[in-house]
Design a protein around this ligand. Structure first.
Ligand SMILES: Nc1ncnc2c1ncn2[C@@H]1O[C@H](COP(=O)(O)OP(=O)(O)OP(=O)(O)O)[C@@H](O)[C@H]1O
Ligand code: SF4
Ligand SMILES: [Mg+2]
Length: 391
């Protein structure tokens, strides 16, 4: 993977100003949805973005695409800061930067046929001559696994999974480089989720797409991502290669999230323990001082209440925002998490026949194989696609 990022996000903030009063408008509060977020996304990679509801995932995705104009910060793409471009200057970049929405029911216009919905971006951006549009739309429908003879149907005549395929075809119409997939599977049932995940993986391979994959389902994130960023209250608290995030989560918040992921091993699943975070998520209008997680963190000390930790390199492409790193106690925290959750190794697994210690952990954690197979194993061949056709 090239180390030159496709997208570089630097110190991005998005503060929503909320007003009240009908005659005299007064500023009621400012929601700091995204508050100083920095990360790179490399070509052809999938960066998973996870975190509790309201932590700012969608806002981050939308700010990258300039669907929200950020309050401050930079989004570098092809050497240009997208935040500084006018709408007209953004236009050519909009072809490259697309989004797949969470809700396939509301993201499609019910009054338009599927053909018109997929053709709309082609017409707006004058991608191909009018006579070729129908052919192109049928080709896109084929690519995403839809029957091209359905071209004159309306959105309500399709199932949820088919509607999401329509959304994907529309996003693909302009031959994008980067797609924000904002919870693309959360409104679908489990069997359809697997199909859509496999479709996204196939399309990424064929067309060298780069994804920002936003999801609540950590199993899905684990399956599709190369790296994962964990967000809490408008900030990235940890970012690392996918195996490191699931096997060695360093931030106490990531540890709580990972402890809730089901393990595909009945013996481990039966004895594991989840970490339940206490207290409510603080308001993004009035985030806690110091480390924003200190109100819910079992490791918080005096310093955490006043000093905000920086996202710091922990080695091996693993970055974490926690004072425990420079205080030399981050690995003690990791060991404690393993003991508490009784998950010695989610990814590498353990020998099932091994004796289990009193604390629930196997006496040694022997590896039984790499991360293979999953919920998302394909039961049908991928549609045959020729990437040269996308030009
Ligand atoms: N257009 C807006 N105007 C005002 N506040 C907004 C707007 N969009 C989002 N917010 C607020 O910003 C915060 C972050 O919202 P966002 O939708 O980015 O969260 P999220 O992490 O995507 O949540 P979810 O997982 O539920 O989709 C929330 O507090 C939300 O209420
Ligand atoms: S900085 Fe302190 S409060 Fe924040 S995650 Fe680390 S230990 Fe917990
Ligand atoms: Mg969202």
């Amino acid at each position: 993977m090239s180390r030159e990022p496709l997208i570089r996000v630097s110190d991005l903030t998005m503060h929503f100003r909320q007003y009240q009063g009908v005659i005299v408008r007064r500023l009621a509060h400012v929601t700091k949805a995204v508050d100083g977020v920095s990360f790179d996304i490399f070509p052809s990679e999938t960066l998973g973005l996870v975190g509790e509801s309201g932590c700012g995932k969608s806002t981050t995705g939308r700010c990258i695409l300039q669907l929200h104009r950020p309050t401050s910060g930079e989004v570098l793409y092809k050497g240009q800061d997208l935040c500084k471009l006018s709408n007209r200057q953004m236009r050519p970049h909009r072809r490259d930067l697309q989004i797949i929405f969470q809700d396939p029911y509301s993201s499609l216009n019910p009054r338009m046929t599927i053909g018109s919905i997929i053709a709309e971006p082609l017409v707006t951006h004058h991608i191909c001559p009018k006579v070729e549009i129908e052919e192109r739309v049928k080709w896109l429908m084929n690519v995403v696994g839809l029957d091209p003879t359905f071209i004159l149907r309306y959105a309500h005549e399709f199932s949820g999974g088919q509607r999401q395929r329509i959304g994907i075809a529309r996003a693909l119409a302009l031959n994008p480089k980067f797609i924000v997939a904002d919870e693309p599977i959360s409104a679908l049932d489990v069997s359809i989720q697997a199909q859509i995940m496999n479709l996204l993986c196939d399309l990424q391979e064929k067309f060298e797409l780069t994804y920002l994959f936003i999801a609540h389902d950590l199993s899905a994130v684990k399956h599709i991502s190369n790296r994962v960023a964990v967000m809490y209250l408008g900030r990235i608290v940890e970012i690392a290669p996918v195996d490191a995030i699931f096997e060695e989560p360093l931030h106490p918040y990531s540890q709580a999230l990972i402890s809730a992921v089901p393990v595909a091993n009945p013996k481990i699943e039966a004895r594991r323990k989840r970490i339940v975070l206490e207290g409510d998520v603080p308001s993004p209008s009035n985030p806690p001082s110091g480390c924003r997680f200190h109100t819910r963190c079992r490791h918080a000390n005096k310093r955490c209440k006043t000093e905000s930790p920086e996202l710091t390199d922990a080695g091996g492409g693993h970055f974490v925002s926690c004072h425990m790193l420079d205080e030399g106690r981050i690995h003690d925290g990791l060991d404690e998490w393993r003991t508490m959750t009784r998950i010695p190794s989610i990814i590498s697994g353990v020998d099932l026949d091994e004796p289990v210690a009193a604390d629930g952990r196997p006496t040694t954690a022997s590896v039984v194989g790499p991360r293979t197979g999953s919920l998302f194993d394909r039961d049908e061949p991928a549609p045959s696609i020729d990437s040269s056709e996308m030009t």
